[in-house]
Design a protein around this ligand. Structure first.
Ligand code: GRF
Length: 205
């Protein structure tokens, strides 16, 4: 079983999708050992509790968005719950912090994130609004590895933009796809179906 640590800051719908996929055995080779939030009142914490998963809050109030001292506390919590470098998997599910280089170097190919756009288009915050403002006709979501080079895509899905879309309507259609491809990417990684070649993440078979 691959031990997973989830880092979350907010609503937690992607966390819920991952935990549902474990509960219904779509994911059978991994378990979520710990959910860590940087925000004390994140609804993601309640979602973890609903699934009987342990939680830790490491309040980052007043701490810079990228901070190695803070990250070391997160790493200590991950390790103490068995999410060890190389063996474990770290899933960023709406985590509103930036991991330091030292953190990502410690877990090569073992940290993933879900982003609501087709990277490398529209990185950063409010990706759905960026896509609408730009006028593109297709956007989507990406599950990618988190490392120094950023955006090594594992899976991507396209979502068509409609003329009458608002940020809300577009976000909710993208979110449905996020809830599908995040568990799928975790399945591919935890069932050892992927290989890494430079920037590329490829299927083994
Ligand atoms: C999602 O849109 C995800 O792509 C982005 O943050 C949002 C998190 O939503 N990184 P939730 O907390 O999983 O509901």
């Amino acid at each position: 079983m691959v031990p997973i640590g989830v880092l979350a800051s907010g609503r937690g719908s992607n966390l819920d999708a991952v935990l549902d996929a474990i509960d219904n055995r779509y994911l059978s080779k991994c378990e979520v050992k710990i959910v860590i939030s940087n925000r004390p009142n994140a609804p993601a914490l309640d979602i973890a509790k609903k699934h009987y998963v342990q939680t830790i809050t490491l309040d980052d109030k007043g701490i810079p968005k990228k901070d190695w001292d803070y990250d070391q506390k997160t790493i200590a919590a991950l390790k103490s719950h068995g999410v060890l470098p190389r063996e474990g998997l770290i899933v960023l599910a709406g985590y509103m912090r930036i991991l330091s280089e030292q953190f990502v170097d410690l877990y090569p190919h073992r940290i993933i994130n879900v982003h609501p756009a087709l990277l490398p288009s529209f990185p950063g915050l409010e990706a759905q609004r960026q896509a609408l403002d730009h006028g593109v006709k297709v956007t989507g979501c990406t599950v990618h590895l988190v490392d120094r080079e950023v955006d090594h895509g594992i899976l991507q899905t396209a979502v068509a933009i409609r003329d009458d879309d608002s940020v809300e309507t577009l976000s909710s259609r993208i979110l449905r796809e996020e809830h599908r491809i995040l568990p799928e990417a975790i399945r591919l990684l935890t069932e050892d179906e992927l290989r890494f070649e430079g920037r590329k993440v490829l299927f083994k078979n």
